[in-house]
Design a protein around this ligand. Structure first.
Ligand SMILES: Cc1cc2nc3c(=O)[nH]c(=O)nc-3n(C[C@H](O)[C@H](O)[C@H](O)COP(=O)(O)OP(=O)(O)OC[C@H]3O[C@@H](n4cnc5c(N)ncnc54)[C@H](O)[C@@H]3O)c2cc1C
Length: 467
């Protein structure tokens, strides 16, 4: 890792001259919230040297120019809900929080798009689109606290990816500030484009290592006319998971297929202090379907009911939608309530390997005396495995966890899976990234980073190391 200069009075004064006194802080109490994301492990916390709150793109650009001149690392930050320590300033320096760039600049119902600044909360994007009778399809479970810019930077997935795709599929164009402090707009409000490299897609999902995203033009659609959510209960995780393939083969297009294995259901029951349907042994699928009218919805609902019952469901319920989604979205808090020491994995595998992967993951965790809680965006093969220390001591846990991860990822990569389906690599998973990624692929990524950020000042040490 290259040597950076510390932030000095000279740096702080230069930042204040550009951003104004009120948008620059070095007060440790005020900076503390910026020292971590949603990863609870304190080994991954680090206080920034200065936090800046730009109000426009020109200010972001000026910060990057100062950082290059003075060789100081810069870390972009959205809502801080990341699960890979991507927004944590592991090498100190300047944190650029986009929280004040939180305006919706345009909602165009005629041409179905929305222009937003990067610091708008994702559920605000959804709500304001809905107010205009429109639909923003991106829907990470953290939508009430993450920012749209963070979603773009991580290429967030979420609940509706099977039907609508992930964040990269919702975007027409982005305005970015490059690591050197230049401003450019990539992409366009176009249905197709073969004009050179598709650079907007390179920046989407680059976890704040290639540029700071400041403004985004999002695609919208008309609001779905009729929606129904099912809670389907199965006696085994495998029967539940196998429904994804059954539904695909039957041609039933779900909007969401979310899985919660029984240990996760029980964890949420305890956390919410609420009895859930067949909570003692049931494995859940939350299935959402949409249609153009009520008649069509009834037809799809009958198909789902029949297929799930035929494939072993013990209950096909139409619950209060808000309530059942609260159950699904409470899992992270519920597990944290059980034990602060756990590792959250974000494995993605081919759909036809989901069931076998679950079985293998459970076997490996049990073998090492760890506990597991598993939920999945099952429709897109994305498993969130939370590995709890359980009977292991604090001293032996890091080594045990490394052994568990190695066995699991050896298996996952053998069957064509990957480390992360949606949370990204950040700082936390870069060792695993180095271990499991093809060296040629890694070298291409490094070459791109070096070309765009010759001083390696933008979010250094994230995704991979340069040397
Ligand atoms: C309870 C819970 C549920 C979650 N559910 C989901 C889910 O369903 N799907 C999913 O994909 N993720 C989920 N996440 C993870 C997280 O919410 C997403 O990764 C989200 O996209 C992060 O957005 P953020 O604004 O909080 O970004 P941050 O955590 O602030 O930053 C994340 C990364 O993006 C970079 N970044 C942020 N803003 C910018 C910007 N404007 N320009 C350049 N880089 C930037 C940061 O440097 C960092 O590398 C969940 C997290 C929690 C805690």
């Amino acid at each position: 890792m290259r040597k950076y200069n510390p932030v000095t009075d000279v740096t702080v004064n230069a930042l204040k001259a550009v951003l104004g006194e009120k948008n620059v802080t070095t007060d440790p109490d005020k900076m503390h919230p910026y020292s971590h994301d949603e990863v609870a492990d304190t080994r991954y916390q680090r206080l920034p040297e200065v936090v800046v709150l730009p109000e426009n793109t020109a200010q972001v650009a000026a910060v990057l120019k100062i950082a290059n001149e003075q060789m100081i690392p810069v870390v972009p930050r959205g809502g801080g809900t990341g699960l890979a320590c991507g927004a944590v300033p592991m090498y100190g320096g300047i944190v650029v929080s986009l929280e004040k760039m939180n305006k919706i600049l345009e909602i165009n119902a005629e041409s179905l798009y929305m222009i937003v600044q990067a610091g708008v909360r994702t559920d605000e994007v959804q709500k304001q689109a809905a107010k205009a009778g429109l639909f923003y399809a991106g829907d990470p479970c953290s939508s009430d606290s993450c920012f749209i810019g963070g979603n773009v930077a991580t290429n967030a997935g979420g609940n509706r990816a099977i039907k609508y795709g992930v964040t990269r599929n919702q975007i027409y164009s982005i305005e970015v500030v490059t690591p050197k402090g230049d401003i450019t707009t990539l992409g366009g409000r176009l249905k197709k484009n073969s004009t050179g490299y598709c650079l907007e897609q390179l920046f989407i999902g680059s976890e704040g290592t290639l540029g700071i995203i400041t403004t985004i033009t999002l695609k919208l659609t008309p609001l779905p006319k009729a929606v129904m959510d099912f809670l389907v209960v199965f006696p085994t995780p495998e029967l539940a998971i196998d429904m994804v393939g059954h539904m695909n083969r039957a041609g039933i297009q779900a909007t969401c297929i979310e899985f919660m294995e029984n240990a996760a259901v029980k964890s949420v029951e305890k956390y919410l202090k609420e009895k859930l349907p067949q909570g003692e042994s049931g494995n859940y699928l939350i299935i959402q379907v949409e249609a153009n009218n009520e008649e069509q919805l009834d037809e799809i609902a009958a198909q789902v009911d029949e297929l799930c019952s035929e494939k072993g469901a013990t209950a096909v319920l139409v619950p209060d939608a808000e309530k059942i989604w609260k159950v699904r979205k409470s899992i992270a808090e519920a597990v944290r309530h059980e034990d602060m020491i756990y590792s959250s994995e974000d494995i993605v595998v081919p759909i036809d390997r989901l069931s076998a992967t679950l079985e293998e993951m459970n076997r490996i965790c049990v073998k090492h005396g760890a506990a597991s809680r598993t939920v999945a965006h099952a429709g897109d093969g994305n498993i969130h495995l939370m590995i709890l220390k359980a009977g292991n001591t604090l001293e032996e846990w890091p080594e045990k966890l490394a052994a568990i991860q190695q066995e699991i990822f050896d298996y996952v990569y053998d069957i064509g899976g990957k480390l992360s389906g949606e949370h990204g690599i950040g700082y936390k998973k870069k060792t695993l990234m180095a271990k499991y990624t093809d060296p040629v692929e890694l070298e291409i990524m490094r070459a791109i980073k070096k070309a765009l950020d010759p001083n390696n000042i933008l979010n250094p040490g994230k995704i991979f190391d340069l040397d």
